[in-house]
Write a protein that binds this ligand. Structure first.
Ligand SMILES: [Fe+2]
Ligand SMILES: [Fe+2]
Length: 278
């Protein structure tokens, strides 16, 4: 699928707004990144260490320094985690009137935690990657809210208007010609994030279209559904649209797994929700 010109333009627009991201172009290790002046912001590091040490991240040993974090998590993973947390915080200063950062973080963290719960349930080795993909999955929404506020509002109203019964990504497509998943995937590619993360973000509403990582993508799709249920404290299978249930088969998720997964996600979320506060 080729990228619509409008998506490319929208992504170019954000480069001027988000200043730290040139670090993504250098692959010479997390330590080098962290030494860079833009990463000296202490709260970023504190947040990173808190995340690395949290039960949500699931490490067996404590991480007390960035250097140790690099050796325990692995440089590449650490870089991804730094970039994921910094990517979302990079948008904090960007005004948008349609979504609060609190709500955005909350949903993103719910999805990250749900992805880890599912990864553990299915003994997936890429649990840390899935956690990061969950954090980033809706990043394209922030970009659209910021760069196309009028159309974003129109799409939001269309999605909220019960008569159409359109999910947000379809409302975006109807109004803008593209959706937040596409924008987010393209943004991550533009910033040289690993392919697996870009695919998880790009196809989280259409896992059957995933190319190289259909299983990882399906995990994020299911995690997104679980996150939405956990946020409203629902464990009703009927609250999940039938179209989403089709995709569950990709990872072998079944309706009877909803209740325990939502409970485990809510529990874990409560343990980690303060980690992401500055
Ligand atoms: Fe989404
Ligand atoms: Fe989402």
């Amino acid at each position: 699928m080729s990228v619509p010109i409008a998506v490319t333009e929208l992504i170019k627009g954000v480069d001027n707004l988000v200043s730290f991201l040139d670090v993504a172009d250098h692959d010479d290790g997390a330590r080098a990144h962290i030494k860079q002046h833009r990463f000296e912001a202490l709260h970023d590091l504190a947040r990173l260490l808190r995340v690395a040490n949290s039960s949500a991240y699931g490490l067996s040993s404590k991480v007390d320094s960035v250097v140790r974090a690099a050796s325990v998590i692995g440089t590449a993973r650490l870089r991804d985690l730094v970039l994921a947390t910094s990517t979302v915080s990079a948008f904090e200063g960007i005004p948008n009137t349609l979504v609060t950062m609190d709500n955005f973080w909350r949903h993103s963290l719910y999805c990250a935690v749900a992805a880890r719960v599912l990864a553990e349930r299915f003994h997936k080795r890429s649990a840390d990657t899935l956690f990061i993909a969950g954090l980033l999955h809706d990043i394209g929404q922030l970009l659209i809210f910021n760069q196309r506020p009028q159309q974003a509002k129109e799409a939001l109203l269309k999605a909220l208007d019960g008569s159409d019964d359109l999910p947000m990504h379809e409302a975006e497509r109807a109004v803008l010609g593209f959706d937040h998943a596409q924008v987010g995937g393209e943004l991550l590619r533009h910033w040289n994030f690993p392919d697996v993360l870009a695919e998880c973000v790009e196809f989280h509403h259409a896992p059957k279209q995933a190319k190289k990582f259909p299983e990882e993508v399906a995990f994020i799709d299911v995690a997104n559904t679980i996150a939405a249920l956990a946020e409203v404290a629902s464990v009703e299978a009927e609250d999940v649209p039938a179209s989403q249930r089709d995709d569950w088969a990709i990872i072998g998720f079944t309706a009877d797994m909803i209740v325990p997964t939502v409970h485990a996600t809510r529990e874990k979320f409560d343990e980690v929700k303060d980690l992401f506060k500055t």
